[in-house]
Design a protein around this ligand. Structure first.
Ligand code: PA5
Length: 460
């Protein structure tokens, strides 16, 4: 299992910036445990509360086999694949590819091992990147995966329409055989289109929200195309699921993580959370986590409707790169941060400093350098009484990434209960959409943005 080293969160190491001792199971913790345990046992409750993601480690074998077969078929037929989606329909896909293959996946044949290049688009409406992509890929050898739970998201839709037009213009006739749609079983225009045109499609299960969807077809289809072992991923998540049900705080690492961070947030003013993997391939993991924490817990209202404006602010980082950037602020800036390190014990590849350079680094493997830097960063923070913790990942493979995903999902779920907010909605992201709809003439939104535009008084 992953190890959660919380020593440097404790007063013993960081004085009054830390936590005196592991807390007793308070009534808040008991209530959080009871709520989550109930959800874990009751499917109807999970669907109703948006927590059906808790059951994803146990998806039907038939579905998983279908995803693997579809991924292999796509991989055989196409040289490139464009995956369209945003938020939870993008970040997890990219995170799986970068961590379990490599951020260089598209660059090197040896990394892809005969699999197609996978490009992610539709995660912005930046015209430059989409145009550049379409101007440079060959439509004849490209397959498309379009992912949207709602089936109506503007960014994904705008890119998808362009991609289809690009295929048609190139004379590609068999659109049906080269598009996979992942969307709701009934709702949304994407479902309608997939059914009408006979695209191969997968369902985003009811009760699985975007940022918790990486272990359902949303994240698994592109992973299967890239040759990632999705069964191992789910096995890892399943094992963390078992550990996260324990009522013993010390045996339930996601709960302990949530409890300690909530104490530091509420009692020690630690409002900023930095996730710093010491591994380039896990850089995207930090980006995935940012969405999970920010959208789940950054909330105006409590469950009972009181204005609370809570939520730690997540910051993605990577070691050692950011030791030459944000680390100065981490060590000497405001006392408002907690850092979580992801430390990889055994890298998949290693290389040593060659003899030619003839100094103290000679013959030292870079794995030693990076792990020493990670330890040094912990030490530097402790010296300045800055709390941090470390999750030790034995190696970056499907099994441990499955565990890591589930660890943070469960920790977020527990923290949402401790903060008494709805972890599974995101009302704050709706406003800009309404503005866009009004300005761009979506039926039903006519004239709604005019006041807003007139009120722009402070532009010079
Ligand atoms: O977590 C969420 O629910 C969101 O970030 C969604 O994933 C994002 O808005 C994309 O939505 P959809 O999959 O419906 O296109």
């Amino acid at each position: 299992m992953l190890k959660f080293d919380y020593n440097n969160l404790m007063s013993e190491k960081v004085g009054d910036q830390g936590i005196k001792s592991i807390p007793e199971i308070t009534s808040d913790i008991k209530a959080a445990l009871a709520t989550i345990n109930k959800m874990q046992r009751d499917e109807a409750l999970r669907v109703k509360t948006g927590t059906q993601w808790m059951a994803l480690p146990d998806q039907e074998k038939k579905l998983i086999d279908d995803i693997v077969a579809t991924g292999n078929d796509f991989a055989k037929r196409f040289k490139t694949v464009i995956s369209l989606g945003i938020g939870g329909s993008y970040l997890g896909n990219r995170m799986l590819q970068d961590s379990l293959k490599s951020p260089y996946y598209n660059d090197f044949d040896s990394v892809r091992d005969g699999r197609p290049k996978v490009y992610f688009s539709g995660n912005n409406v930046d015209p430059e990147s989409l145009k550049l992509l379409l101007d440079n890929l060959d439509p004849k050898t490209t397959g498309v995966v379009v992912i949207s739970k709602s089936g109506t998201t503007t960014e994904t839709k705008a890119a998808f329409e362009n991609v289809k037009e690009w295929l048609r213009k190139a004379g590609v006739k068999d659109l049906k055989n080269r598009i996979i749609a992942v969307t709701d079983k009934a709702k949304g225009t994407l479902r309608e289109e997939a059914n009408q045109n006979g695209y191969k499609s997968f369902i985003v299960p009811d009760g699985v929200g975007g940022r918790f969807s990486v272990l359902c077809p949303v994240g698994l289809v592109t992973a299967a195309i890239a040759g990632i072992n999705i069964k191992e991923l789910l096995r890892g998540a399943g094992d963390m699921n078992k550990a996260s049900q324990s009522t013993d705080l010390i045996k339930n690492a996601p709960l302990l993580y949530a409890v300690l961070h909530t104490i530091l947030y509420k009692e020690k003013n630690k409002a900023i959370s930095i996730l710093m993997p010491f591994n380039d391939s896990l850089k995207m993991f930090a980006d995935w986590y940012v969405q999970l924490l920010a959208e789940s817990l950054g909330k105006k209202l409590s469950k009972d409707g009181k204005v609370v404006n809570v939520g730690r602010t997540p910051i993605p980082s990577v070691g050692t790169t950011d030791l030459h950037s944000t680390q100065q602020n981490n060590v000497e800036g405001e006392y408002n941060k907690v850092i979580t390190f992801l430390k990889v014990e055994k890298p998949r590849r290693d290389i040593s400093v060659p003899k030619a350079s003839a100094d103290f680094l000679v013959d030292k493997p870079l794995s030693l350098l990076i792990n020493t830097a990670e330890e040094g960063t912990e030490w530097a923070l402790v010296n300045e009484k800055r709390p941090s913790c470390t999750i030790v990942v034995p190696e970056v493979n499907e099994y441990y990434i499955g565990q890591l995903i589930y660890f943070f999902e469960m920790a977020t779920a527990y923290e949402g209960e401790l903060l008494n907010v709805n972890t599974y909605d995101q009302p704050g992201v709706e406003s800009y959409k309404k503005y866009m709809f009004a300005m761009l003439g979506k039926p039903g939104f006519e004239g709604k943005a005019s006041k807003l535009v007139k009120d722009k008084k402070y532009i010079i």
